[in-house]
Design a protein around this ligand. Structure first.
Ligand code: SAM
Ligand code: SF4
Length: 469
């Protein structure tokens, strides 16, 4: 579909990243001294973000400084968002794809998986299962098919998701992760009521990107890299960036991600709403060995550095990581997690044919994830309030940057978590959760906020639903 004249130019004047700048930073930073690391940490705790140059100091710091970096990351996350962890589930609606990304099971040449495009009835069925688990926000995912077909299908899928309700359940926010597209298509996604539009660059390193994407529409590095420009120009102000770790040197990728974030902020006045950190996982019919595997220790460093460099941005962790590592990463700055996920179309119904995008590393149910989060002293949240109150893009950042967002986050997290405890939790999780809720009330410093949260809680306990501030 052509870009219509009613939208501003879809072609940015400068490119989102300059690879030479990144190479230069990496060359100049070398192994920084402990003093340099501590100076950057001090700056980071002012919560105004870090330049890619400063972030490089933390990324390349000696392992002996790691403890200090981790502590600072945990503190930054707590001061901005408090201790809530937002939960969601992916909803794969199709694994048919015209690309051939070497790492992905959905790639066109893979003959080992069964292909499936869900009908709208099947999508509604999946949504009811997710609602009965207690989910309130979904991430819609699909392979890429030719443009016109794809968009209509995705728009119908979104409409179906919002319209599908059970007695106690509804999906209140649909985020979308689909192929790069045109300004006009993004405008239609925005009009359909999407939350965040996510697209992972996979690799910012152009030669690697081109090797990983041998053909199909996704092969065009520039078109992929400028997707968020088109999304922003179409009025989508919550966008999510990401890198697939394992394809290229993680130091380059992290700095490129930060340059991209910096660019969006300068160009559009608002940085990314979220960053995702997928790490390569084995998958059926994929004999790809990641050329730059990232160890768990490196992965923890990546999460902590991102938290300090863009403190107001959500960091999303998926079931690509094990339960053990996910539990650890909560204290290093992760703010959103998928839970109880299936990564194949139809996967939430038992007996669905195989055809996963990748093999998960965390097989816990949503209830088990919720219970573990409570045991760690964090607050599971099913909140979707900001998006529904119009607190997106710049308005969200104005609240997030000075740390004001947690005055809203905690009451909303408590109210939505109590809904979960009342309607869906197992007895064990409910007992654990109620202890946590009581403790959360004690943590609210302002009397007015505490009283209004207590009131919301009472209303939820007496049967009201979907309360938020
Ligand atoms: N097809 C769209 C695209 O590629 O942009 C939508 C996203 S795809 C369904 C979701 C993401 O999964 C991809 O962007 C990629 O980063 C990630 N992914 C693909 N294969 C993977 C694998 N084997 N392990 C981990 N993540 C993978
Ligand atoms: Fe298709 Fe996306 Fe998988 Fe690439 S990553 S093969 S575009 S589904």
């Amino acid at each position: 579909m052509p870009v219509t004249a009613s939208y501003p130019s879809a072609s940015p004047t400068t490119m989102p990243i300059d690879p030479e700048r990144i190479e230069r930073i990496l060359e100049l930073t070398d192994r920084p001294s402990s003093d340099e690391v501590h100076a950057v940490l001090e700056a980071a705790l002012e919560l105004q973000g870090l330049s890619p140059e400063q972030a490089a100091v933390l990324l390349l710091a000696d392992p002996s400084d790691e403890g200090a970096i981790f502590r600072a990351a945990g503190e930054a996350k707590d001061r901005i968002y408090g201790n809530r962890i937002v939960l969601f589930a992916p909803l794969y609606v199709s694994n048919v794809c015209s690309n051939n990304c070497l790492y992905c099971s959905f790639r066109r040449d893979n003959r080992e998986i069964q292909r499936r495009v869900l009908s709208l009835e099947e999508i509604a069925d999946q949504v009811r299962i997710l609602e009965d688990m207690g989910h309130r926000r979904l991430l819609l995912e699909a392979g890429e098919v030719p443009h016109a077909e794809q968009l209509d299908f995705i728009l119908e899928a979104i409409e179906t998701i919002y319209a599908t309700r059970t007695e106690t359940g509804s999906i209140r926010r649909v985020n979308v992760n689909i192929a790069a597209t045109t300004v006009e298509a993004y405008a239609r996604l925005k009009a359909a009521g999407i939350g965040t539009y996510q697209l992972f660059q996979e690799s910012y390193h152009r030669p690697t990107y081109e090797r990983m994407h041998p053909y199909g529409p996704k092969r065009d590095y520039r078109y992929h890299l400028t997707a968020m420009d088109r999304a922003m120009r179409a009025g989508i102000d919550d966008v999510g960036l990401g890198v697939l770790f394992g394809l290229y040197d993680y130091r380059f990728e992290v700095l490129a991600l930060l340059c991209h974030a910096e660019y969006l902020e300068l160009e559009y006045g608002v940085g990314p709403h979220t960053l995702s950190v997928p790490r390569f996982r084995p998958a059926d019919g994929v004999d790809f060995e990641p050329p730059y595997p990232v160890t768990d220790a490196e992965f923890k460093r990546i999460v902590a550095v991102l938290r300090l460099a863009v403190p107001y941005t959500g960091i999303i962790l998926s079931t690509r990581e094990s339960a053990e590592l996910r539990n650890e990463l909560i204290s290093l700055g992760v703010s959103q997690m998928s839970a109880g996920s299936a990564t194949q179309p139809g996967g939430y119904r038992r007996g669905a044919p195989a055809g996963e995008q990748f093999h998960k590393a965390d097989e816990r149910s949503l209830d088990e994830v919720v219970r573990d989060i409570c045991k760690l002293g964090y607050l599971p949240s099913f909140c979707t309030a900001c998006y529904r109150s119009g607190r997106t893009g710049e308005r969200f950042m104005h609240l997030a940057k000075p740390g004001d967002i947690q005055k809203l986050c905690r009451p909303n997290a408590v109210a939505t978590f109590e809904e979960y405890l009342q309607d869906y939790a197992s007895p064990e999780t409910r007992a654990e959760g109620e202890r946590l809720v009581a403790h959360q009330l004690d943590l609210i410093e302002q009397d007015t906020v505490r009283t209004s949260t207590e009131r919301m809680l009472e209303r939820v306990r007496s049967g009201e639903r979907d309360l938020y501030v």
